[in-house]
Design a protein around this ligand. Structure first.
Ligand SMILES: NC(=O)c1ccc[n+]([C@@H]2O[C@H](COP(=O)([O-])OP(=O)(O)OC[C@H]3O[C@@H](n4cnc5c(N)ncnc54)[C@H](O)[C@@H]3O)[C@@H](O)[C@H]2O)c1
Length: 432
């Protein structure tokens, strides 16, 4: 069977299915189909399925032009039913792995996908988990469920973990030129999956087990979360010391070794950095180990929206104003620049905290027409000179490249810049 599978990878006749067609799944589907594989996507969201089959992309990194040509040439087709798994060889899982209300890992999406895969599992199937999760998920949780079919992992079917590193909005590092890690539950699974990704990605790095691959992904994102927390705390200290943190970072960044620049901000967001380290600390808690650095970093980062609001109070105070009754415009609500993703975005907390204190808050984000803040849905306003003039304070939360910073500066009364986007402007600009 090994030779047969490797031969079919080589001549690209293996049929690929991708379960979960979001920020990770859709670009992956496009990459496989661009490289001549037939791709069958599955998503429980009927709207996404319809949109893909009409060739309309809802992910900024995938153009509708590219998607529609692949759909027209029958290279990609999306389904909301799992029946298509009868006709495929490779099954890639890229469903969400959020936190529950009690801040525990929520594996329910993975479990649902795996229960469905189990119903269709057959000899020769290759199953790959891409969703970020804690070490042990692939071999201790998924493998036993799939083996309940009587099929044996590494002999009848193959199973591996391969973390996704896609960085939405990144113009340089795309799927193809970002090295990809593969960890098989057994050696043969690792080898097969290595060969599959090698067909679409420039460099594939094979590691000795799925656990190593799972942990490597968590190290990458914990590294980011901890370093962002460090620089956020440095920003708070610099403010107390009346030192410009942005200048400090640039100065330290001139050291050619042993230092890497991270920047402070209004808080962290997205589906990865605020969430992934918690998967690790939860797993360690189960084993009676307290991952202290993760806890502290998470606390500092989570507290940043509160710190922003505290600074807003101090800034307005200088002008004998209070938060209550002030008109405050939030610029950018996406969790980072040039994307439309608002999951875990600190802007949501900032808006809600300011509104709780009695401010009149509104926002502008060209990528996010509306946003849910608690129970309410708020719509983006149009950015005009009048709106800027009428606002007591403008808070730059997301530094989208399309913002006209000259225009914003010219018409604003006061700006609180959490991203150093107004670094070339001095008066009336307060920086984090
Ligand atoms: N977004 C990123 O930048 C990024 C980067 C690296 C890793 N990841 C990881 O990749 C995984 C997916 O993240 P995402 O951002 O693509 O999420 P997403 O929410 O954009 O997409 C997930 C998709 O899965 C679908 N889905 C949920 N349950 C399903 C099921 N049982 N069957 C079929 N479809 C189902 C949802 O409808 C959704 O369309 C997560 O584990 C995340 O941590 C995300």
């Amino acid at each position: 069977m090994e030779n047969e599978i490797l031969k079919r990878i080589e001549n690209k006749t293996l049929k690929i299915s991708i379960i979960g067609l979001g920020y990770v799944g859709l670009p992956l589907a496009v990459e496989f189909s661009k490289n001549d594989f037939e791709v069958y996507g599955i998503d429980i969201d009927e709207e996404k399925v319809k949109s893909i089959n009409e060739g309309i992309s809802y992910i900024p990194d995938v153009s509708s032009e590219e998607l529609s040509s692949l759909v027209k040439n029958n290279k990609i087709k999306a389904y909301s039913s799992y029946d298509i798994l009868n006709n495929v060889d490779v099954i890639i899982i890229s469903v969400p792995t959020p936190l529950s209300k009690t801040k525990d890992p929520d594996l329910s999406y993975i479990m649902n996908a795996v229960d469905n895969i189990k119903r269709y599992l057959k000899r020769g199937h290759v199953v790959i988990l891409e969703s970020t999760t804690y070490p042990g998920t692939t071999d201790e949780v998924i493998k036993p469920i799939l083996e309940e079919t009587g099929l044996r992992c590494g002999i009848d079917f193959f199973l591996a973990f391969s973390p996704e590193r896609v960085n939405p909005g990144d113009k340089v590092y795309k799927l193809k030129n970002t090295p990809k890690i593969v960890g098989g539950v057994d050696e043969l699974s690792g080898k097969i999956v290595y060969n599959i990704y090698s067909k679409i990605i420039d460099k594939v790095v094979i590691v000795s087990s799925s656990k190593v691959a799972e942990m490597a992904k968590l190290l990458e994102n914990t590294f980011r979360a901890v370093n962002i927390a460090l620089v956020n705390e440095i920003a708070i200290m610099c403010n107390i010391l009346n030192i410009d943190v942005w200048e400090v970072i640039e100065a330290a960044g001139t050291k050619p070794f042993g230092f890497m620049k991270f920047y402070p901000g209004p808080g962290i967001g997205g589906h990865c950095i605020p969430v992934d380290p918690i998967y690790l600390s939860w797993k360690m808690k189960m084993l009676n180990y307290n991952a202290r650095l993760i806890e502290v970093a998470s606390e500092i980062n989570t507290n940043m929206p509160r710190y922003v609001v505290q600074r807003v109070g101090e800034i307005l105070n200088e002008y004998e104003r209070s938060i209550k009754g002030s008109r405050i415009l939030i610029l950018g609500v996406a969790y980072k620049k040039d994307v439309n993703d608002v999951r875990e975005s600190p802007a949501i907390d900032i808006i809600s905290l300011l509104a709780d204190k009695g401010a009149i808050v509104y926002y502008f984000d060209p990528y996010v027409p509306r946003i849910k803040v608690g129970e309410f849905e708020v719509e983006s306003i149009e950015l005009t000179a009048d709106i800027l003039k009428e606002s007591d304070l403008v808070i730059l939360v997301t530094d989208h490249s399309v913002f006209d910073y000259d225009f914003i500066y010219k018409h604003s009364n006061l700006i609180f810049d959490t991203k150093n986007a107004f670094k070339n402007y001095k008066e009336k600009v307060y920086k984090l």
